[in-house]
Design a protein around this ligand. Structure first.
Ligand code: HPA
Length: 313
């Protein structure tokens, strides 16, 4: 165990009844999901050694551990942002701790501005990939080999198998889910209309001030990531109106029920087995395929080709 995290992890292990399988990081105004956790233990960040406290309105700053649909989970209600002035190493500490507690997959959520003009405020977007415009990277500095490799691959950071699963789950519970690329910026000022046009040219569908550092740190550790953005507003210049943080919080209140339903169903589905054991084909499509001879397919339990090995922990 990396000595920087040993005290934090030991403190939490002593207080968390069951080791978590799935972790959830909740974005601005999305903290209500934590209330869905059963048999929960709530620990304010301020009491956790090594955890930075978040001061942003709409970020509760509480770790909630328990179960959801029988799946052991740890929820981080509130996150640390780079724009608060914390070093990147501290920004990603909570995400690192989820990995060290044993979460094999983490759902990362955020509030984001919609760049894709087909989106509207209140839409939920599955993150297919990101563009890092923070101008820095949480892995800068000596590599901690016990956490992961020096040059981690990011080509499947938002795991394809988890996205397939998420789309199937969303369809089943009838929650509309967009999909797109998230561009991460430092903030705290919102973007200019010219920046938003530039990001659109770069292929981004949504913009926000979080998520990217955590996803890099989680990918470094071999933890599977599923990302969901709540489009709380259309990005600067898309509509003829100024951007306000209250609007971000107002929209999260409006979509709260849909968001909690989606997240709960995702946790339940993700808890059914290691993501590497999950079929990479949507169940609905699988049913339409002609039956294969038992001998011609991959061995039962064989790893799907899209998965890569995870770092030893
Ligand atoms: N820009 C950046 N971050 C955001 C936005 C936005 O428009 N909305 C919510 N978070």
């Amino acid at each position: 165990m990396d000595p920087r995290f040993a005290e934090t992890v030991e403190f939490l292990r002593a207080r968390i009844p069951v080791p978590p399988v799935v972790g959830v990081i909740l974005g601005s105004g999305l903290g209500d999901f934590a209330a869905a956790v059963e048999d929960r233990v709530e620990i304010p960040y301020a009491q956790i050694p090594g955890f930075p406290a978040s001061a942003v309105v709409g970020h509760a700053g509480t770790l909630v551990a328990g179960t959801l649909a029988g799946v052991p989970i740890v929820v981080l209600a509130g996150r640390i942002h780079y724009y608060e002035g914390h070093p990147m190493s501290l920004v990603v500490t909570p995400a690192r701790v989820l990995g060290l507690l044993g979460c094999r997959d983490v759902i990362v959520t955020n509030a984001a501005g919609g760049i894709d003009t087909r989106f509207s405020a209140g839409d939920l977007m599955l993150i297919s990939d990101h563009v890092n415009l923070f101008g820095t990277n949480p892995l800068i500095g000596p590599n901690e080999d016990s956490l992961g490799a020096r040059f981690p691959d990011m080509s499947d950071a938002y795991r394809a198998d988890l996205r397939v699963l998420a789309k199937a789950v969303a369809r089943k519970i009838r929650v509309p889910l967009r999909e797109g690329v998230y561009v991460g910026v430092t903030g705290p000022s919102y973007e200019t209309p010219a920046e938003i046009r530039a990001f659109r040219t770069l292929g981004a569908s949504a913009v926000g001030m979080s998520t990217v550092p955590e996803v890099i740190a989680l990918s470094h550790m071999g933890v599977g990531v599923l990302g969901v953005s709540c489009i709380t507003n259309m990005a600067a210049g898309v509509l003829k109106q100024p951007l306000r943080h209250d609007e971000v919080l107002e929209t999260t209140r409006r979509v709260k029920d849909r968001f909690v339903r989606l997240l709960s169903a995702l946790v339940e589905a993700m808890g059914k087995g290691r993501s590497s054991d999950r079929p990479v084909v949507e169940p609905a499509r699988r049913a339409k395929r002609p039956a294969r001879k038992a001998t011609s397919g991959p061995r039962r339990g064989a790893k799907p080709a899209v998965r890569r090995g995870r770092a030893a922990r």
